[in-house]
Design a protein around this ligand. Structure first.
Ligand code: GDP
Length: 440
């Protein structure tokens, strides 16, 4: 980060200034005859940074309902509105909220990222992936800004995750497989701090055993958690003592409870109250002290110098950049860029060719399928045509037979009519003959 980079660079410069220039042939130490004024440099630097403000980004990983949101509100002493978590998320989703905070003259842009649905799926194998993707996406954004021609890193709001609070469930004897896998994946990406959430729901004895078991497991699986720095003598003592307190057992609450005459933040139970800011009750004060008051700058610096640096190195190597080897020929950025460009063009051509081949094959396959279908249809058509022809022929046959029958019938009818006519004629002549006989 330019901000951090600049800060580190400036603080190194200040240290060097304090030490004075090295005595060698080119550099000479000179005594000043009076006050010049550059001893105000640290103040100038502080004023500039204070005016700009700071960014701090916290990632909370843990199952739904373990107390992530409550702990954030308790840590910062204000309620952060947060979407109600559901146990029925289909996959792990990361939700981030940014808040502008101010304490005295110091402005802090705080981003809290929550993992919704973590640990809620039946198959949790891939639950760590969206988290890693989110962390990498923030590094990527920063790298993009760094590589811009017109970059403004000093005023850029650093999106990178500075610390990950990993919430461990107090129910159980140690870590779950999901915890181990996720923490192992996260260790090289982010400053990892394990905490036991809702530590008030187990007894002190169980909590002690749980803490011991967790640390043993982390150790045996080689999970690297963040260590508070002990190089700076001002904080060496407190940091090294707190380094033995992992994982922090925390209790969160934004409610006020009455203890004697005082109102304190806590959780009220029929058998008494848990005071979240009482060090005998939980480690919240230790966590706040370490996270916000003593080591916030180290967390930001570690993010930049360790985690981001690793990401940047891998990314640039992937892009074909490499550092100059003192023994080999010096390389130019232009050459690297050209070589990478050619490689990408080759890859693109290769992909284009294979896609074209794939397309041709697909067309051929479809053509063959169509031909096959056409052939089938033609056969079916011929068969139907034959059937139709046969049916037509048999109908013709039947029609002819019927016509013959009709003709025969007509002939018989004519004959019958003629006979009937003759018979009638015979009958009508007989009465006349009878009348004639009578007259005679
Ligand atoms: P998240 O889903 O992890 O963000 O969990 P929340 O912070 O929303 O807390 C879920 C529930 O647990 C709420 O009812 C809280 O009041 C309660 N809770 C939060 N922290 C603690 C704690 O430290 N101890 C106990 N006993 N309950 C807590």
């Amino acid at each position: 980060m330019k901000t951090l980079g600049s800060e580190t660079h400036k603080s190194n410069t200040l240290k060097k200034l304090a030490r004075g220039p090295k005595d060698n042939e080119e550099q000479r130490s000179l005594e000043l005859s009076g006050h010049v004024g550059f001893d105000s440099l640290p103040c100038q630097l502080v004023n500039k940074l204070v005016a700009r403000g700071f960014c701090f980004n916290i990632l909370c990983v843990g199952e739904t309902g373990i107390g992530k949101s409550t702990l954030m509100s308790t840590l910062f002493g204000r309620t952060f509105e947060n979407e109600e978590a559901s146990h029925y998320e289909e996959e792990v989703r990361l939700r981030s909220q940014t808040y502008d905070l101010q304490e005295n003259t110091v402005k802090l842009k705080l981003t809290i990222v929550h993992t919704a649905g973590f640990g809620d799926q039946i198959n949790n194998e891939e639950s760590y992936k969206p988290i890693l993707d989110h962390i990498d996406a923030q590094f990527e954004k920063y790298l993009e800004e760094e590589l811009k021609i017109k970059r403004s890193l000093f005023n850029y709001d650093d999106p990178r995750i500075h610390v990950c609070l990993y919430f461990i469930s107090p129910n159980g004897h140690s870590l779950k497989a999901l915890d181990l896998i996720t923490m192992k994946k996260l260790e090289s990406k982010v400053n990892l701090i394990p905490v036991i959430g809702k530590a008030d729901i187990i007894s002190k004895n169980d909590l002690k055993n749980l803490k011991r078991n967790i640390m043993n497991e982390l150790l045996s699986y080689g999970v690297q958690i963040y260590q508070f720095p002990t190089e700076d003598e001002d904080v060496a003592e407190i940091n090294s003592s707190i380094n033995n307190c992992f994982p922090f057992a925390v209790v969160g609450s934004t409610d006020d409870v009455k203890i004697g005459n005082r109102m304190v933040k806590g959780r009220m139970y029929p058998w008494g109250a848990v005071q979240v800011e009482n060090e005998d009750h939980c480690d919240l004060v230790k966590l706040r002290e370490m996270l916000l008051r003593v080591n916030m700058e180290d967390l930001r610096e570690q993010t930049h110098s360790r985690h981001y640096e690793l990401f940047r190195r891998c990314k640039l190597e992937e892009m074909g950049f490499k550092d100059t080897d003192p023994d080999s020929q010096s390389f130019s950025l232009q050459e690297t860029y050209e070589a990478k460009r050619k490689e990408l063009i080759r890859e693109l051509q290769h992909k284009e060719e294979s896609m074209r081949q794939m397309f041709v094959n697909k067309v051929k396959e479809t053509e063959a399928e169509l031909k096959e279908k056409e052939k089938e249809l033609q056969e079916r058509f011929e068969q139907l045509k034959r059937l139709h022809h046969e049916e037509k022929k048999s109908l013709e046959e039947k029609r002819r037979e019927l016509e013959e029958e009709m003709n025969a019938f007509n002939r018989r009818k004519v004959a019958a009519d003629t006979l009937m006519g003759q018979a009638l004629q015979g009958c009508s002549q007989q009465p006349l003959k009878k009348d004639k006989d009578k007259k005679k």
